[in-house]
Design a protein around this ligand. Sequence first.
Ligand code: KL2
Length: 530
Amino acid sequence: MDDIESPISTEVLGSSPLDITVDEGDETSKEVQSDPEPRHGSLWQEDSAVLEWMLCRKEDVKLEMGELEQALPQPVMYHELLWRDWQDLSEPLLTADQQFDFAVLSYNILSQDLIDQNSKLYQNCAPEILHWDYRWPNILQELQHWEADILCLQEVQDNHYREQVQPSLSALGYSCHYKRRTGRKTDGCCTCFKSQRFTLLAESHVEFFRPAIDVLNRDNVGLVLLLQPRLNEGTENGHAAPAPLCVANTHLLYNPRRGDIKLAQLALLLAEVEKLSRKPDGSHCPIILCGDLNSTPDSPLYQLLYNGILNYSGLPAWKVSGQEPYCTTPNPRFLCSPLWPDFLGINGCCQYVTQQAAQIKDKMVYTRECLLELRYCDYTLQRPKNLVMLKGVTDKEPDPCREPAHDILDNGRPSFRSQPLLLQHNLDLTSVYTHFLPSKGRVEVTTMTLGIGSTVDYIFYSAEPIPVRGRKHGLRFYQDAQLKLLGRLCLLSEEDLWAAQGLPNPFCCSDHLCLLARFSLDLSAGAKKE
Ligand code: KL2
């Protein structure tokens, strides 16, 4: 991937999107405000590829569906109208035979059935660019252009998977794996890897729908693959086979009001990732977790993933995903404890219970954190009946309801003095993206509907937490470990996207941007061959 620079300067056009209220079947409604003029960039129209597209487009003719197919604009060569810089992040310190480099791309490609079901969301787009026969060749060119070794796609419609996605990507050397959403949903997650670069060790299809569990009554899914890097001749020399790579791909529930469901779905995915990535010594192989989490970077769900811990005491369900700034229902739902019943077999540490029981048997040690949490548990708060009161000593009542004190322990995690409702995991994941564009002074966005941009897509990867007191915005600090982040494809700001007619547009054929990161796996961390 070459360093690239923008041929255009993007123009900031106005600030408020169109006034439309959307109400969707089993999901929820979204209300946004207004500016009746559709947004047209001006500079981008001078671009030769745009002009080519404009000439193909029969603008003033209202077309019937059959005619539309004939009038479809010819797919334009993949063209970076929305310029995306490649950001190099680290000088490779290791020699080529000590590292295994690979790139991962995550992309919600917008299923055609969802366009039809939520058509009001796309009413500002030219109908011909919403057509799958127009979008797919462009999406394919985009995928070809970036040449990632691993693709994590979401919203892949099953008939399109069988008829186009799988055949085209197989022809490009990818091994393709697909999990359709359950029930009547027609799209799903698709993970593909270059078969020259990896071999498949294990594959797990995770269905978040569990009959009889209220908080798991939706049809979202996840796909987890365990991939063995294939070292080439020169690299193989002197190194044991590197640890496998665990790659998870998901698309969590959209409904902004049901953060309780999103948390339970994420816990299920994390339990599966933990199981697949666990090595015999109890540590984990490097993990990459990609997808559309339908949650923003300032949300409690993000906090759980990034910090490894979330206290959800008193948290209303609508706040979990950060998608909405205020409550839109008169009787908001609060997260209940426990979030899911025991018979799901997953504990509050997002691990399958049988595995954790085995772990505890091995350890049998009370941690300082655990003892601190026990200090004010129900049992310790009960006074013996005939206790003799000593002034200043036993006449004081401990107050279990006071605000939790966030003591930061040596490992960087907080301990809570009152009884917390905790969700935790121990996978140590950090994000490829920082969610902010320092050069533009703007937040990054990964998706844009009706003129409103937000970040909901992520690539998380295994890193090493830095045990420091204090945090950046309540978040932990990490440094790279066995997986080193070599670079990423910069995201864009909401203003950049306005300047290009929003999403989808003639060049970006989904309502999401693709995320792309390059990693190197440190082979010297593995044992040398005898
Ligand atoms: O936000 V998304 O788009 O990650 O790109 O995920 C969901 C939404 C996807 C699958 O459910 O369909 C879209 N308003 C807006 N978008 C909706 C709605 C809705 N009410 N329902 C589903 N989606």
